[in-house]
Design a protein around this ligand. Structure first.
Ligand code: MSP
Length: 652
């Protein structure tokens, strides 16, 4: 308990994002998730310290900076700024944004490194292995996949490097015991099992913690050929920001450390539950209370990547559908245990059905009815009926359920619970039919009571929405002209004050036209893909591939039997192609260059063995080949055609 403010401290963090590229919407999930928890804890009266930030060192940054013709610092300043802007656009309430290039962080990391070295937990040795430069990772022969880096599939080079190592092996037993005796430390349970069985129990190898092959890192001050390599630098952020110092830490550190929760993606649970606790044990510091590993948000089944042309950025989506709708989407779309799958269909569906219909209509029609029947004045609930008790109980139960869900990090379930209350209110409207009551003067008091209960239940919805959709929370309360929004006001149903004059109902969410939004998103993605292509061209030469890779691609002659526009899209044409044995549908994004009738009767070339995909609801089985040049308005395209060969002929 803090003596000054009399509140219990609560320290929560996200992982710090790499400053390699502007983060896509999947990367932004974590900050919104953590923000929801931080806001909830604040609402419950905790003294919350919520930290996020950027992880800015490493060889990759050096390379990106070089390709952009700037210094690494200029590069990370730019990307860190973009990341922070996205956190701001998403209305996240972080208290501190740390950068690993902050002088205080760098100085403390040097001290930590030295302390660990002096006490023998870090020692000097050499690293020999197969090195993948883009991934900055050493691999052993057996870890390679087809002789290439198992992470990125690129060439690896045999390399030997002098390096410092952290003695993980020394702490293995202690860590294992800690995890076994602190059942909540690694959460959820499945991740704990994974860590113990796959990594810890088989035996920990000492960790390489310095590099000499690049310069963009924190120098090891007593051996300046070395820079501190990634995890000691990155993980320390959680304590350097608070003022941890091996020679004596700050009051702030003493107040907030150990952290209550580190929120991290599933891929880095290992570093937070093995390297980090061991570092802390070696420093003689307490361990964080909990590490929560969340799943990933994918696009369809795929990872999001600009070059695949399926990238969405949170700030761009915010421009299209608004910040709370993006937050709602991220928080509701991600299940607790499995990866979530983003798609335009679900973005639109959730917006129109949950936000515009369920929530928006509820608030709008309730306020409109109270304005119509009672001139906007909230009536006293003088005529209760047993049915009302159910609604009241539902409100109280919702508060409890939301708490259970958030405490166990089931954030999408928490949000769904709040939305269930909005649905229950809509059902109450159907059950009580206020418009029927309004026709009978004798039922006026009952009508006033029904509307009171609804307005109070909407107040519950609004208060509980704060962690998830802060603007909507404020918007609803302002339409209700209500300032009773503290968490404790939810302990008892009936805090809305009779006699209050409501504001004018303003729609919270205006339904989205799916076609229009779809076009806008596709346009955005095309721009992003073009930009990425340009970056990739600077960055990487087109790779050489073995002939076997090419042989996997089955290219055939096909005859265009029919072609039509796809209604939902300006870009797509749907082709019926005779492939020599039957007809198949292929969707192609060439409507800008061809009218549907232009290619009918022509023989085209197409890739016949691509995995089918659905585009605008139409299954496409293959890809028509074209020659392209230029970009944007200057782009030219011509479909490859052939004469004198029958449909089905193989191209080789
Ligand atoms: N810099 C390291 C973390 C160091 S923490 C001491 C890192 N950075 S990252 O930019 O690659 O990822 C930042 C966080 O975003 C990680 O927790 C990661 O798991 C998460 N995500 C990355 N892609 C994601 C999705 N597609 N979906 C959800 N979270 C994702 O790792």
């Amino acid at each position: 308990m803090c003596e000054k403010c009399n509140k219990k401290p609560y320290y929560i963090t996200t992982a710090i994002a790499y400053t390699s590229r502007k983060p896509h919407i999947g990367n932004s999930y974590e900050i919104v998730l953590t923000d929801a928890i931080a806001r909830y804890k604040r609402m419950q009266g905790y003294d919350v310290f919520f930290q996020t930030g950027t992880d800015e060192h490493g060889q990759k940054i050096e390379m990106y900076a070089q390709s952009e013709g700037c210094s690494p610092k200029e590069y990370v300043d730019k990307i860190s700024g973009e990341i922070r802007d996205i956190c701001d656009v998403l209305n996240t309430s972080y208290d501190y944004f740390i950068r690993t290039t902050d002088p205080q962080h760098e100085k403390t990391v040097q001290k930590i490194f030295k302390k660990l070295y002096e006490q023998g937990d870090i020692y000097k040795g050499s690293y020999e292995g197969l090195y993948c430069t883009p991934c900055e990772s050493f691999w052993t022969e057996t870890q390679l996949v087809d002789g290439k880096c198992p992470d990125c599939g690129r060439e690896v080079k045999p390399t030997k490097e002098e390096a410092y190592f952290l003695r993980l092996s020394k702490y293995q037993k202690q860590l294992e015991e800690y995890i076994e005796s602190h059942p909540d430390f690694i959460y959820p349970e499945s991740r704990k099992k994974e860590m113990l069985n796959n990594f810890i129990k088989p035996g920990l190898q000492d960790l390489c913690v310095s590099r000499t092959s690049f310069k963009w890192g924190i120098p090891v001050d007593f051996d300046p050929n070395h820079v501190v390599y990634v995890w000691i630098d990155a993980l320390s952020n959680y304590i350097t920001s608070l003022g941890y110092d091996p020679d004596g830490s700050s009051e702030k550190y003493k107040k907030y450390w150990p952290a209550d929760a580190h929120i991290v993606g599933k891929d880095i649970v290992r570093f937070h539950t093995i390297y980090w606790p061991i570092m802390l044990m070696a420093l003689g510091q307490p361990l964080p209370k909990q590490v929560f590993g969340h799943p990933w948000l994918l696009f369809g089944e795929d990872k999001m990547s600009k070059s695949r042309g399926n990238v969405i950025y949170a700030d761009e989506l915010v421009k299209l559908i608004g910040v709370d709708a993006v937050r709602y989407y991220l928080l509701s779309e991600m299940p607790f245990g499995n990866d979530g799958s983003a798609s335009y269909e679900t973005i639109i569906e959730r917006f129109n059905s949950d936000l515009a219909n369920t929530l928006g209509n509820l608030v709008n029609r309730t306020i409109a009815m109270n304005n119509k029947y009672f001139d906007g004045i909230v009536q006293a609930p003088t005529c209760p009926e047993p049915l009302d008790d159910e609604l009241k109980q539902f409100c109280l139960d919702t508060v409890k359920k939301v708490d259970d869900c958030i405490t166990s990090f089931h954030i999408s379930d928490a949000l769904e619970t709040v939305m269930s209350l909005a649905k229950r209110c809509n059902k109450y409207i159907d059950e009580t039919a206020p418009w029927v009551l309004a026709k009978d003067e004798a039922k006026r008091e009952r009508l006033g009571t029904v509307l009171y209960d609804l307005l109070e239940a909407i107040r519950y919805v609004a208060v509980l929405l704060l962690p998830f959709m802060p603007d909507t929370h404020t918007n609803i309360l302002s339409q209700l002209n209500c300032d009773i929004a503290d968490y404790d006001s939810l302990a008892e149903f009936g805090k809305t004050v009779a006699g209050t004059k409501l504001g004018e109902p303003v729609p919270l969410f205006v339904r989205i036209d799916p076609e229009k939004l779809y076009e806008e998103i596709v346009e955005m993605q095309r721009a992003n893909a073009a930009e990425e292509k340009a970056i990739e061209e600077i960055e990487e030469e087109i790779p050489e591939i073995p002939i076997d890779d090419f042989a996997k691609c089955d290219i055939r002659v096909g005859e265009v039997k029919a072609c039509e526009k796809i209604k939902k899209s300006k870009k797509l044409l749907k082709f019926n192609i005779f492939d020599g044995s039957g007809e198949r549908t292929i969707v192609s994004g060439i409507a800008k260059f061809y009218q549907p009738e232009d290619l009918v009767g022509k023989k085209i070339l197409f890739v016949s063995n691509l995995k089918p995909v659905k585009l605008c609801g139409v299954e496409s089985r293959g890809m028509i080949l074209s020659a392209v040049e230029g970009e944007g308005d200057d782009e030219r395209l011509q479909v490859l055609t052939i004469e004198g060969m029958p449909a089905g002929s193989k191209i080789c």
